[in-house]
Each structure stands twice: as structure tokens, then as C-alpha cells.
Design a protein. Sequence first.
Length: 370
Amino acid sequence: MRILIANDKFKGSLTAEKVGNHLKNSLESVFPGALFDLCPIADGGEGTALAMTTALAGEWTQTTTQDALGRPIEAPFGWVASSATAIMEMSAASGLAIVQDAKLNPLKANTLGTGILIQSALAKGARRILIGIGGSATNDGGLGVAIALGYTFKKAGLPFAPTLETILEADQVEKPASLPPFELIVACDVDNPLLGPRGATRVYGPQKGVTDFAWFEQRLTHLADLVQRDLGVDPRNVPGAGAAGGLGFGLMAFFGGRLVSGFDMVATQVGLEARVAAADLVVTGEGRLDEQSLQGKGPVGVARLARRLGKQIVGVAGSVDDSAALRAQFDLLIAIKPVDTPLAEAMRRTGELIETAVRAQGAALRALSP
């Protein structure tokens, strides 16, 4: 019997890799002699880079860069040498969580650190870069990334390094003299354009400290106009251009980035469909399975794929919402948190509770086996 374990993290408790190991430990006692395929998954949010790096047998590396406010930091990214692929999250360098100790300053916050992260991957020989862009602290349209990777902005014919405050002075933008070719795949699960009432500034700006919407809108419009005139591309209205303070726009405009859903990116890169097809039983899960899980979350994506391929699918979570729509996606749902156990304690004991709950469902699990 072959069992695929394709689970997400239990947020705040265990990484997807550690959850998968606990699931394997418990399932080994239910199915002695079974063969296991551990494939950590994610949906493009926090933990995606680590889950994908693990699933692709890559290594986790660190590089020196800077946060959104220009302070030096060490940021990680995954490296898969066999395919020259780098896997990263913009939040590792330019994320909002990193600058929570400082006063929000959207006029100064930029994506230069994410550009340095990409530059480090290219220096390592990357021919393909996968990046998740959720959780940004910035609203610069990817200006910082462009500057970090060698784009030249000019005013009156002379090069200068514009900021959001000075971008209106730029009257020309030029491509780098030399930038190694690479494929850029961007995990993005929002469909906002760059500008307008549903754009980066008005929808996501307030959480980053933006109050003068017209000021930011004017600068992003000027950046988009420069790109259209001098680079011959205009992705400002492409769904997802407004993601991460307009970084979606910047990655498309400056580097030909291709925006895909987070789960679809993970599933494609780790060969999930083939791994599901090869399994007799599929087990997935995350910290909580509820109605929200139906909106593009990784475990439900795994479940739908298993259903399509005619495989039995089991969901394991800290807690499970009693929803008919959710139950319809799975053959068996296992909630690991005992009713009388406080949440904080359950989160400390997640690994133990996974193994206890799964073993307790041994008879139900065996009933699903072919």
C-alpha cells in the first residue's frame, strides 16, 4: 500500500514537514509495511517556500539583505540545485511582520530587500525563481526590486536612484545592461489591479500606514506610464498587479513574471498530480479545516485533486468545522484537539495529539484502504 502525505503547516505549532512526520509515525502503526511519500504543501502564504523546498529535496539557505525600512537582516530562501531553482517569499525581506517594531512609514518602505534576495539567487546560478508575495510592508509598485536588479531611472538624461518621494522626477527608465535570463513564477491569490478603487493603494495601503491615497496613486500611475512608454509593457490592469503594494505589477513589468495561484504553483512544481495518482490513500491537513479552507486553501486543493483521480482522501486538523460542504470533500475527517483541552496547550502538544488521534481512527482508516 502506498500512502501520500501532502499536508500544510499547523500555523503557530508545527511546520508542514514536522506535521508530515507525525502523520507518518501514526499511520505506520495502522498500516504496517506501507510505503510513504511525504510531500509538504502550502497555498502560497507563509511557509510556502520552506514546504516546497522540503518537498523538492532542496536546501534552506540564508542571505544578507535589508527589510522594508532599509535595516540589514538575514533572510532565507530555498535552493534546489538539480533544477537551479530558488524558492522564496517576499515577506522574508520586505514583509510587514518584520517591521512591526517600528512606526509604519509607507513613504520610505520599499522592496529593495526583495530585489537583493532575487539577486542573491541569480548569483547562485538560478534559472528559475518561485516567489510568494503575500504580507508586504510596501506600496512601491516593485520600484525597489527594479533598482536592486539594475534598472536605470533618469531625470533630464542623468541616472538617479528614485524613491517613492522622488519617482515623479524620473522621465526615463532603461533595462539593465546585463541580467541573466530566468523564469519568474509568482504565487498570487488576489486579483486586484495596480490602480483605482480596487488597487494596491486603496485596498491594502491602510494596513501599511497609507492615508494620502491620491499621493501614492499619482506615483504608481507615473511608474506605470514610464514602464508602458519605455519598456513597451503595461500590466497595470492584469489581475494581481496590485498584490503586495504593486509588487505583482513590478515583477510582471520588469521581469516578465507569471502570476499563478499559490496552490497551483506548489502543486505543479512538486508534481502533486502524479504523486496523488501513484497513491492508494491520500492524507492532508492543516491547523483548522473550515468553510474558509474551501477558498483556495492547500488541503482542499489536495482533496479535490484526489477526488478527481478517484483516490480516498483523509483530512487531519487541529479542529474541523462541521460543514456539509467541507465534509463532502473528504472520506474521513480527523480533529486532533480534545474538546476539554485549552487551545494553548493543544498547540504545544500538536505532534502528540496528531499521533494519538490518527491511531484512534485506525479502524476507519483501514476501512478506506483498497
